[in-house]
Design a protein around this ligand. Structure first.
Ligand code: ANZ
Ligand code: ZN
Length: 817
């Protein structure tokens, strides 16, 4: 019998697709456009199982939309700046580009072998000067709008890598890359003012509701962390300016029995008295080695030091002691809090440890926090709070205090966000240089646009070793330049940009990837975007997706794009794991994609990763069977080989039962693909193959037009998941390539309807109702149905039934008493 040779098919069709540019976006207006995008890969080594799954999912959508008749844009590129390239280059004593571009070539070859329906003509890499020129241009535009600025700030610092780390690069207090304990350091850094867009980032999520996974929206909402409350000004003895706190519970102001400031904020060292300075400084050192996550953790024992000064509560003039404690963060709210131990758990734990009074000001009916050690946070009537007397509702209490404080000029309504501005400076080599020149006379001077890109100098090996600041600082020829404004001696900024900047706009670039006059052609973007389907890992649920949304809104404000959300629909595929665990070298449970492909072929591997589970769930390689997938593909291939009718035969004359079965399955496949239940879609294709095989081997026979119709539907459906074998099958069925151009099957709605007959119901010989029923309905069911009918009931008008004759399925005759 006919056998599918995966290896030969892979070689043959890869070449065919390439020669015929089968998957090139036409962009000629002949068809409606549809942009399907996979998160672009980082070029670390060859493709792995994770890529195999993610890209198989994206390709299902791209191939489906293409068959549906869309002009599909399905591009590929590389997020090719970043630390691993730099570390590899130091190890190998070469320039990071060598490692990077070699890996890109390896991955490109593997992507082609993997049979993805990609438009290779739009390929890009963020480390190409032709790309990062525009990253730099965007930076300058953001700066012109006041959205990029420099400030001093504490940053996470890895002493080993000698670099600043973003919060997400710190895992349990350790550097994500090298495992060294992270410390804090004060540096002047570049930031993007993403906080200015906090409200829009929240509000525009309405556009994404139902189209993005709910958990991603929740994560983004929490990350932005909008809270409303009030600012309250406290005087401090011996100081002119008041200190402002942010509180979500201004209504508990009478319960504030102490005051806490962040040890690492500006205020603490200013107000600490000499008696307490040494103790404070020791505490500050300790705090610096802690991560934000540790500091916010609720089950940690509270620590802190008294600063020797008091604050004055503006509502009652009470003096309360000021502490520095690490549970208060320097850069949230104002970095200072009024502590209300009766109604805030952290404050209560602190008060109990330091012997501070706990004063209940809201009677919630719960037990006294003094005794239980549990702060009460609920609604209740206010006590010990003269201004709030008679009020017993939180909203009213908050409003009353805010109006009182506002009148007295010591407080006001406020909203704060967890979201911080985006620290984009990196003291590393392999990134887009920040296009700023620092001149002693003129200060910060942007590099003139006609001098972009600011290209990286050629450094390699140990020259790339971090030296506390960027390795770029050591490239004297590169750093020292004439000031573009005054011509005097000046220095280039030696920081490079966070790679999240590169990936915040690449999807725009794909619309006109070779344009050397602009970052992207707004007209091309308008034709293709927003992206219809974005596919990628949930590890990007927060930062990448938030930052690219931010970029899009800024570009909207610049008038360059006409929409505010770039990705209409998002799919987060799960991971490929093995034996219940993430694959890792240390566990030795890695599965090599190349080896799997060599053994089972691309189609079987692709089918396996998609069939294993719903797309958003993990695939455990220990539970799947690529061998089973291959056997199924052989079965499908043999089925196609056995069809004996000619292409174009009139299928309407085919076996009605088989047609009805197949059309129902086909309708289901379409629904499943639309609804991203790809695994179920594959199960239906398998059912279709079984039904068709049975028909071929049974009475219906290989020559029945219904068999051909089924085989063609199978081939088209299967091409979303197993493109190579499907091209072969399409050919076996007597068609010209490519199956990717063959169009999605039309389902005949008439064949979906289960057959019905009309049953006449008579009452006393008169027709009172007509019921649509199944031809096989039973007598009892029909009797019940007839008696339940509204018109029948009306004509019976409450009378008993004396006699009822049921002749299923066509007649019911009722005689009332
Ligand atoms: C007094 C109070 C009484 C508070 C009470 C809460 C309950 P969210 O909801 O997360 O915005 N806070 C303010 N700034 C802080 C900082 N920099 N570090 C740590 N905690 C800070 O939390 C706001 C509440 O967290 C604020 O309201 C403040 O404590 C504390 F019964 O003020 B509250
Ligand atoms: Zn100058």
């Amino acid at each position: 019998p006919a056998r599918y040779d995966a290896d030969a098919a892979q070689r043959r069709w890869q070449q065919y697709w390439q020669e015929h540019e089968t998957f090139k976006a036409r962009d000629d207006g002949s068809k409606e456009r549809c942009y399907v995008l996979d998160m672009f890969p980082y070029p670390s080594g060859d493709l792995h199982m994770g890529h195999a799954e993610a890209f198989a999912m994206g390709d299902v959508v791209a191939r489906y939309q293409r068959l549906r008749g869309y002009d599909v844009l399905h591009p590929i590129g590389w997020d090719s700046f970043g630390l691993p390239a730099e570390n590899a280059a130091i190890k190998r004593n070469e320039n990071p580009a060598t490692w990077t571009y070699a890996n890109i070539e390896t991955q490109a070859t593997s992507f082609k072998r993997y049979g993805l329906s990609l438009d290779w003509s739009r390929r890009l890499a963020t480390s190409d000067p032709g790309y990062y020129k525009w990253t730099q241009w965007l930076f300058l535009k953001f700066r012109e709008r006041g959205l990029a600025y420099r400030k001093e700030s504490w940053v996470n610092w890895c002493p080993q890598d000698q670099t600043v780390l973003a919060n997400e690069q710190v895992v349990n207090g350790l550097c994500e890359r090298c495992g060294t304990q992270v410390t804090k350091r004060d540096l002047t850094q570049w930031f993007f003012k993403v906080t200015e867009y906090a409200d829009r980032l929240l509000d525009d999520m309405a556009q994404l509701e139902g189209a993005w996974p709910a958990r991603v929206l929740t994560m983004q909402r929490n990350w932005i962390g909008r809270s409303s409350g009030a600012y309250v000004d406290f005087r401090i003895e011996g100081r002119d300016e008041p200190v402002t706190v942010f509180t979500t519970r201004p209504d508990t102001l009478y319960g504030a029995t102490f005051f806490v400031v962040a040890p690492d904020g500006k205020l603490a060292p200013e107000i600490v008295t000499d008696d307490h300075r040494a103790e404070f400084e020791a505490y500050l050192e300790k705090t610096k080695s802690e991560t934000e996550i540790e500091r916010q953790s609720t089950d940690r024992e509270k620590t802190g030091v008294f600063l020797g000064v008091h604050a004055v509560n503006p509502i009652n003039g009470e003096q309360i002691p000021i502490y520095a404690a690490d549970y208060v963060l320097a850069d949230y709210g104002t970095g200072a809090v009024m502590a209300v131990p009766a109604h805030d758990q952290r404050d209560l734990e602190f008060a109990q440890k330091f012997g501070i009074a706990v004063r209940v000001v809201v009677d919630t009916g719960e037990a006294d926090p003094n005794e239980t050690g549990v702060a009460t946070a609920g609604n209740g009537s206010y006590v010990n709070s003269p201004v709030l007397e008679g009020i017993s509702d939180k909203t009213a209490g908050v409003a009353k205090i805010i109006s009182t404080l506002t009148e007295q000029g010591v407080g006001r309504e406020a909203i704060t966000y967890r979201l911080r501005d985006w620290l984009l400076s990196r003291q590393r080599f392999w990134g887009a240089p920040i296009p700023i020149i620092h001149c002693e006379e003129c200060g910060e001077v942007p590099v003139p646009e006609d001098q972009l890109p600011v290209e990286l100098p050629y450094l390699s090996g140990t020259d790339l070793n971090p030296k506390g600041t960027s390795p770029l600082a050591a490239a004297a020829d590169w750093v020292n330049v004439a000031c573009p404004q005054c011509g005097g001696p000046a220095k280039r900024d030696t920081d490079t940009m966070d790679t999240f900047v590169d990936s915040s706009w690449y999807f725009f670039r794909y619309c006109s990837p070779n344009d050397d006059q602009q970052a992207f052609d707004p007209a091309a973007v308008e034709r293709w975007m927003p992206v219809a389907q974005y596919v990628g890992g949930v590890e990007h649920a927060i930062l990448h997706l938030l930052y690219m949304r931010f970029f899009t809104k800024v570009l909207y404000d610049m008038g360059l794009v006409k929409f505010t959300e770039p990705m209409k629909r998002l799919l987060n595929q799960g991971q490929v794991i093995n034996q219940g665990k993430s694959m890792s070298k240390s566990l030795g449970n890695g599965v090599d994609l190349g080896t799997q492909i060599d053994e089972f072929g691309v189609d079987a591997v692709r089918l396996t990763v998609v069939f294993a589970s719903p797309p958003e769930e993990d695939v455990d390689w220990a539970d799947v069977s690529p061998g089973g997938s291959l056997r199924f593909l052989q079965r499908a291939y043999r089925m196609a080989a056995d069809v004996t009718s000619e292409p174009g035969v009139d299928v309407t004359g085919g076996d009605p039962a088989l047609r009805s079965t197949v059309h129902k399955l086909m309708a289901d496949i379409t629904d499943c693909v639309e609804g991203q239940r790809f695994n179920v879609a594959i199960a239906r294709v398998m059912e279709m193959v079984n039904a068709t095989r049975k028909a071929i081997d049974g009475e219906i026979g290989a020559d029945d037009p219904a068999v051909r119709e089924a085989a063609e539907m199978i081939t088209k459906s299967l091409s979303l998941f197993a493109p190579y074998v499907s091209e072969e099958m399409w050919e076996l069925l007597g068609h010209q390539p490519s199956v990717a151009d063959s169009g999605w099957p039309e389902v005949d709605q008439a064949l979906l309807v289960t057959e019905r007959v009309t049953c006449v119901v008579q009452v006393k010989g008169k027709v009172r109702a007509r019921l649509e029923v199944s031809p096989t309905i039973g007598e009892d069911d029909l009797r019940e149905l007839a008696l339940a009918d509204e018109n029948v009931q009306r004509s019976l008008d409450g009378r008993e039934v004396a006699k009822i004759i049921v002749r299923a399925p066509k007649l019911v005759s009722i005689v009332p008493a």
